[in-house]
Design a protein around this ligand. Structure first.
Ligand SMILES: NC(=O)c1ccc[n+]([C@@H]2O[C@H](COP(=O)([O-])OP(=O)(O)OC[C@H]3O[C@@H](n4cnc5c(N)ncnc54)[C@H](OP(=O)(O)O)[C@@H]3O)[C@@H](O)[C@H]2O)c1
Length: 324
């Protein structure tokens, strides 16, 4: 059986989720890690039992022993390293947001076409059974025609020199966590919004710390979300139809990294709990890309879908800045 050899670029906080996912994957193995610092890479490799470490990202890309690269760098580096990895002949799983401009997504799509390699944005939550079930329930018409979508994702960020609040590194709660409810709303709508509106609380460097946004879809469906760095952990998602509504208590980071997923179907005042299995969504994300590479199945998060997400985020950011 073919086994894909993975390399990590950017051994930070989130990369350990992919270490965990690969540890239980039957068709993937973690072969190498690269840091800008050779000692840091070696320490990470020894801590996580990774066979090889590199003191630069380019060295990992040059290795013939790597098939897939997981890019877990700060936001402003995603597009450039995704393109470099594709050009080095690697498949890519890149953290969200895939890019900060639509032009950069287009460049990634062009590089993927040219090299025949696959690049996927790491929206792990889209692989969780609770999200697949929610899409099914909404798609089956159980909620009636969809009327409104409401989403929330925020946490308290208190580190002063964090890339997530650096304007030069794609900082801001919209790009960091607002991208989750925005992408989920678009997935449900099955089309792109034709109008957006937004307000943001910007800090002294012009980075949004709290954001509220609204999307209007051509069908008439409305979506509203908020994201933020100044409120303790909040996440929820509600899909409101004319005949019922579906509520997800932990739509984006459920167990094993958050609370057990709870999905509730409300019809009038009658409440029904929908049972969904708990599973490691990072593992599901790895398996999805593995299937795309080895079996030719379409990846669940296509580059066209990512393009729509980035276009919407750019529009929302602009809308918030133009409303002052
Ligand atoms: N899908 C998810 O669940 C999830 C969750 C959290 C974050 N994320 C995304 O994952 C990405 C990384 O987040 P993280 O929380 O893991 O970040 P992090 O802990 O800050 O790690 C980022 C890594 O990037 C490398 N790096 C390269 N240039 C850098 C620079 N100029 N400044 C800082 N670090 C730099 C660093 O490794 P070396 O210096 O050792 O090379 C660092 O370890 C972000 O894009 C974020 O949006 C996704």
């Amino acid at each position: 059986m073919a086994v894909l050899r993975w390399g990590i670029i950017g051994p930070g906080r989130i990369s350990t989720r992919i270490v965990r996912a690969l540890a239980s994957s039957s068709r993937g193995t973690l072969a190498a890690v690269a840091s800008r610092d050779a000692d840091r890479a070696a320490a990470y490799a020894s801590r996580h039992g990774v066979g090889r470490s590199f003191g630069s990202y380019d060295e990992l890309l040059a290795s013939s022993e790597i098939d897939v690269v997981y890019i877990a760098l700060p936001n402003h580096l995603h597009a450039q390293w995704t393109i470099r990895a594709l050009e080095a002949g690697k498949h890519v799983l890149c953290e969200k947001p895939l890019a900060l401009t639509v032009e950069d997504v287009d460049a990634i799509q062009a590089a993927a076409r040219m090299t025949g390699r696959i690049a996927v944005e790491a929206f792990m939550y889209l692989h969780h059974p609770q999200i697949l079930r929610a899409l099914e329930v909404a798609g089956d018409g159980l909620l009636g025609p969809l009327e409104l979508i409401l989403g929330t994702f925020s946490f308290l960020l208190s580190t002063p020199d964090d890339p997530r609040i650096d304007p030069a590194m794609g900082g801001g709660s919209l790009w960091d966590v607002g991208c989750y409810p925005v992408s989920f709303a678009r997935r449900l709508a099955g089309e792109e919004p034709d109008r957006v509106a937004a307000f943001a609380r910007l800090d002294e460097r012009g980075v949004d710390r709290t954001f509220i946004g609204q999307l209007h879809f051509p069908s008439g469906l409305l979506a509203q979300f908020d994201s933020g760095f100044r409120a303790s952990d909040r996440e929820s998602f509600e899909i409101v139809g004319q005949a019922g509504r579906l509520v997800l208590d932990s739509p984006f980071v459920p167990a094993p990294d958050g609370p057990r997923p709870v999905v509730t179907l409300w019809r009038g005042r009658v409440r029904e709990q929908i049972t969904v299995p708990s599973m490691d969504q990072y593992r599901a994300e790895v398996e999805d890309l593995t299937g795309a590479i080895l079996d030719g199945t379409p990846p669940r998060v296509s580059l066209d879908f990512s393009r729509g997400t980035i276009a919407t985020l750019v529009d929302l950011d602009l809308a918030a800045r133009s409303t002052g």
